[in-house]
Design a protein around this ligand. Sequence first.
Ligand SMILES: Nc1ncnc2c1ncn2[C@@H]1O[C@H](COP(=O)(O)OP(=O)(O)OP(=O)(O)O)[C@@H](O)[C@H]1O
Ligand SMILES: [Mg+2]
Length: 321
Amino acid sequence: MALITIGCIPIIVIGVIAMSNLQWKKNSGFDNKLQLDDPYLKSNALLSDVILNYRTVISFGEKNIDSVIKKYEYLLIEPASKRIRTAHIAGFFFGYSQAARMIFVGIVFYLGTIVARKMGYKGDKVFIAIWILFSCAFGAGSAMSNVPSVKKARESAEKIFDITDEKSTLDVRETTKEQLTEIKEGKIVFKDVDFKYPSRSTKIFNQFNMEIPATFKIALVGHSGCGKSTITNLLLRFYHTHAGKILIDDEPIENYNVGKLREQIGFVQQEPVLFNRTIKENVLYGNLDADNAKIRKVCEMANALTFIESNIEDLDKEKRI
Ligand SMILES: Nc1ncnc2c1ncn2[C@@H]1O[C@H](COP(=O)(O)OP(=O)(O)OP(=O)(O)O)[C@@H](O)[C@H]1O
Ligand SMILES: [Mg+2]
């Protein structure tokens, strides 16, 4: 009897694996992972472009909107047909996984009855044997369905550890005694600086020279993309230069402690990043030790105090980080 039941176990194991895989796919989206040839990619890109530039899209009139909608529908044809095909396959396996238990029970009890009659076994003994093996098969199927997830988890963990283990070429936490900590006057010199961003081959600076005397207020003017923000990125040491030197008070910028250097340079980003916390907490990220008076002062300097206190939050009452 046990042999018959064991022989039928694959029916149920395959059913449970199919069922678990279906649930896994259903929970994790269309294709289980983001692929470059994801059929939704083009339509998503179009949609986000339209949302981001909705003023421009609308300004071109109704016809333009209609053509965008048509284009969007056209881009959805491929994903829709793929989705229908996947749904058919999924439907088949879902049906099979539901039917597997019944098929198993049907076969085993049918054969069990024949064997039990011929051998003269008692019905309850046959039932217990079948039920134990049925439960085992069900458990084995569930356990085996996790095998692909374990592999995926391992691959994902490897990627995360690759990132966390990568040694930074510019570790802000590294400190040595010889490093300078204070900018005394603030004279800045760029001398024959060559620079390109690691992700692009275009040179942003080619033998770039500039001198800003201490205490001078200057403005950098130039067309979009000429490298104004890049100058700030280099001064804050977000990147290494490829050639040439940047000097602060005639000392190469590499001789300064990066953390201390950044503490002494006020920097308002072109595209500000705000944390999803209170304004007070966002201000405190610049200086965790600042007291309420100082927080109010910087908000006043930024011309934001009246606006903040009129309708957003009371800086004195808000809690600290
Ligand atoms: N992180 C980055 N990775 C790769 N390329 C970048 C990066 N940041 C900027 N660039 C490119 O470097 C060039 C200079 O950019 P930068 O932001 O310094 O220009 P900008 O003068 O500040 O322009 P804007 O007036 O639009 O602010 C541009 O071509 C830009 O596309
Ligand atoms: Mg800029």
